[in-house]
Design a protein around this ligand. Structure first.
Ligand code: HEM
Length: 423
């Protein structure tokens, strides 16, 4: 371990190879031992490979989230690996002109747009959505449980379609475009948070152009004749004088058509991946479904969909005594904060009865806190209610063999195989 003198003051530096702490920022299979080492040995370290200050302790991360004037979110949607010339050309030719809907915007613009967007996520609208979500879960489960070999796969059979259909319906997008939006979202995740070279970026750049054009089409379509959906709500508010432009509404759709399903797909997958092998805890929610919301929170803490999120220093600052220069990029390792023993005793134990579990940072904190958290929680709750009621004997198949996609921020299991015995 060495210390960078000029740029980082007293801060330890993680070099190429990453052997210092076992930290590999894009490796998601089991990053938790490296997070623990970082928390203990180098809670603020500069990772030369990605050019980010890596922050791993709960209190430091929460303090950064809580101070948006010093630590702005302007870099959250920036590509970790800058777009190469071919991708740039494709995007310019396709009129790609979006950067972020909300997450990277700054006050006062962020405050103005967020206040329009939250009106579309009222508790009333969520209550309206729940019966249709339950009906859809029932259909998906009927199909899965009809498998003759009594084997299923949670991502493919439930988690992939459900949140995507929900957000498409909410927004007023074509509900038949689930696969297309999933493909575009995969491209967005790869282009922004993965480690792609110029050649690998090309197909994703085409997808981003198509994705953005569809967001603009959705706005034009509902502008012509408004309906009962989120996009029309924003357009009606605009017609009544809300200062939000068509481009801003399309940008919000660009955000929601990614954020609104990708992380919920992962949460459903992780919930079954983690809960089924923890047999006693699974049995506890089978016996008492009112314990489901607490179990979901513990999954969010223990194995959140997003393990790292970004900020940029707007001025020379300090984090826990370490000088951080103006303009520095900072990686907040939420997945590590959620395992910090100073906040969560015995942090590597999965325990659905943890009293302070809602203090996890999986939905962020502060002015950018996730607006879709209630929708995500509600969908996974419905899935668990139906699964525990209909197949209490459901079990995980080879949970330790599950693979995760390589990514800086999103910890996504590729498949969660399950099985059950007919009773
Ligand atoms: C398990 C599911 C989800 C997780 C783990 C998650 C996580 C997050 C995180 C970490 C942030 C950044 C917060 C910050 O910078 O302080 C965020 C922001 C956001 N999320 Fe979620 N999210 C989830 C589901 C959803 C859903 C279902 C929607 C929409 C329907 C949504 C929409 C958004 C939006 C629009 C923002 C930006 C808010 C802002 O900048 O003001 N998310 N989310």
């Amino acid at each position: 371990m060495t210390t960078a003198e000029t740029r980082t003051g007293r801060c330890p530096v993680i070099h190429n190879g990453g052997e210092d702490y076992g930290y590999e920022p894009f490796q998601m299979k089991d990053p938790f031992p490296s997070y623990e080492r970082l928390r203990e040995e180098a809670p603020i370290a500069f990772d030369e490979r990605i050019g980010y200050y890596v922050v791993t302790r709960y209190d430091d991360i929460k303090a950064i989230f809580a101070d948006p004037h010093t630590f702005s979110s302007e870099n959250t949607a920036a590509p970790v690996r800058p777009y190469g010339p071919p991708a740039k050309q494709i995007m310019a030719d396709g009129g790609f002109s979006v950067y972020s809907g909300l997450s990277s915007r700054q006050p006062p613009e962020h405050t103005r747009i967020r206040s329009a967007v939250v009106k579309g996520f009222t508790p009333r609208r969520l209550r309206q959505l729940e019966p249709a979500i339950r009906e859809r879960v029932t259909e998906l489960l009927d199909a899965m449980l009809g498998a003759p070999d009594e084997q299923g796969e949670i991502v493919r059979d439930i988690a992939y379609d459900l949140p995507t259909e929900t957000i498409l319906k909410l927004i007023g997008a074509d509900p038949h475009m689930v696969t297309t939006f999933k493909r575009w979202s995969d491209s967005r995740a790869a282009m922004t948070w993965a480690d792609l070279d110029d050649e690998q970026q090309i197909p994703h750049a085409h997808n981003l152009v198509d994705y953005w054009q569809e967001c603009q089409r959705i706005v034009s379509r509902w502008k012509e004749s408004p309906g009962d959906n989120f996009t029309s709500d924003l357009l009606r508010a605009q017609a009544e004088g809300d200062p939000i432009t068509d481009h801003e509404i399309a940008s919000v759709l660009y955000s929601l058509l990614f954020a609104g399903h990708e992380t919920t797909t992962t949460l459903i997958a992780n919930t079954l991946r983690v809960l089924l092998p923890a047999r006693e805890q699974w049995q506890a929610i089978v016996a008492d479904p009112t314990a489901i919301p607490a179990a979901v929170e513990e999954v969010l803490r223990y194995s959140g969909s997003i393990v790292a999120w970004r900020r940029r220093a707007t001025r020379d600052a300090e984090i826990a005594g370490v000088p951080i220069p103006q303009g520095a990029d900072i990686l907040l390792v939420i997945g590590s904060a959620n395992r910090d023993a100073s906040r969560f005793p015995d942090p590597d134990a999965f325990d659905v009865s943890r009293p302070n579990v809602r203090e996890h940072l999986s939905f962020g904190f502060g002015i950018h806190t996730c607006i879709g958290a209630p929708l995500a929680r509600m969908q996974v709750k419905v899935v668990l209610e139906e699964l525990t009621r209909r197949v209490p004997q459901l079990r995980a198949v080879d949970p330790d063999g599950i693979e995760f996609r390589e990514n800086l921020s999103f910890r996504v299991p590729t498949a969660v195989p399950v099985a059950w015995d007919e009773v």
